[in-house]
Design a protein around this ligand. Sequence first.
Ligand code: SAM
Length: 186
Amino acid sequence: MASSDFALFMGQLLRKPHQVVALAPSSAGLCAEMVAELDPDGGPVIELGAGTGNITRAILGTGLPAEQCHSIEMNPEFCDRLRENFPGLNVHRMSAGDCGDLEVADVQAVISGLPLLSMPTQLQRDILTGFARKVRPGGDYVQFTYGPKPPVTKIVREELNLTWRKSDKIWWNMPPARVYRFRQAG
Ligand SMILES: C[S@@+](CC[C@H](N)C(=O)[O-])C[C@H]1O[C@@H](n2cnc3c(N)ncnc32)[C@H](O)[C@@H]1O
């Protein structure tokens, strides 16, 4: 990660702590786990809360063409940086709650760097309903969390009939994190 990206991240963290909600950008180990099951020839991917692009870089590092990646970010400074750093990437300045309206179909997975647990239930519901609309059958919603519980609240998991798998703890992250993969049953 370039030092200017790190400085931008920390500056926005100070200005908008309730949106950024992370002590630092995701580590290389966490990013690798987030993208471990992506297929570079498997079609479109939606990324939520791209920030300065650490997970974006890992998504494109799988070999997925930039044109196949749709990165949603609500912070305008982060959007400008994503456009500079990743030519060809589809950068959408919007709320992740509207991801169901994106003009992309047959999505293989949604990769989320959002601070989901700190979001109100209705916003979580909008995000996960959008995921269910866009992803193909068997596609995952991939989300990291620093906490001990699944990062999607129980009521939304039950409404959407979500099952999940979780990774081992990734210690080399600040703070240590786990990756959850949610999927609609049936
Ligand atoms: C924890 S940071 C993660 C940044 C980066 N993906 C990473 O892992 O290093 C969360 C990001 O989500 C963005 N964000 C927060 N709420 C959002 C929302 N409702 N819609 C879109 N982006 C949002 C923030 O602006 C921030 O860039």
